[in-house]
Write a protein of this length. Sequence first.
Length: 337
Amino acid sequence: MEVSSHALELRRVAGVAFDVGVFTNLGRDHLNFHPDMHHYRRAKGRLFEELTSGGKDAVAVINLDDPAAEYMIRVNRGRLLTYGAHERADVRMLRSQGTIQGTWFVAATPAGQCEVELPVPGPFQVANAAAALAVGVALQLPLETIVTGLAQAPLVPGRFEVVNPGDEFVVVVDYAHKPDALERLLSAARSLSPSRLLTVFGCGGNRDRGKRPLMGEVAARLSDVVFVTSDNPRGEDPQAIIEGIVAGIPREQLEKVRVEVDRRRAIVQAVAEAQPGDLVMIAGKGHETYQLFADRTVPFDDREVARAALQARGIRSLQGAGFAGSGWKGKICEEKP
């Protein structure tokens, strides 16, 4: 189960006895609830401070690559297992490679070395899979069982979800809505070597305003063309939100920016402008099937809008969860007795 910082701060899971607690990363978010990043980190850390309060011999699985790992380790009261690319990680990522069809990596674990192919695209998926691998190791599952399970992992809707087969160019929808998440997403897209990266995104209203210029800077730095548009404006003026985003974009990069308040039009424009070899990244809403305004909630799905735009160009799209993967079972390179 996902345990939010809100749940920890408000003691919603105080009576839950966890077997394993996992820390993936700490990025700027929820600062409309937490006063600052210090309080946000402290709220996250409560999971590990109270990990053994349920009376179990619980294990903390912590991403050693994240800057907040040291704090989480310091407050942890349970057993510890770390993961990541860091040389001191207990479950260490040795090599990885990602394509638009899937991701491959090799990891060294206390139980042995393994090779895994994930049927989900996005090079950053390696970190997510490493967390799952570490949990399996913490629970003392057979390495072969863990590897087989990872190889059959389904695509999570709205997380690097590929909308079309990529015969000419590729359209991807992702939920990234924080500066660090957007940077990881666009860096992953860049690693796939597209001719151009066209990014469509906005920021939610009545949420952390400080992240808006940060996300503008990230998008402009990593994209060839940026379509700044609305996300879920809620009670704020959509144009004012966009101005907050554009304020973070350096003057010399403004020429790559297109401003379109209407999200549907922005997506249609990006798909219409895409050329062979390009990648169109539609970020911020992912799996959501609605758009929130001050006085109404309207049906809206980035994936469906993108499919309609592709159809208008006579280009095939994928229905459902994108690439299904090959069912490859993975490989145990060396399992310790």
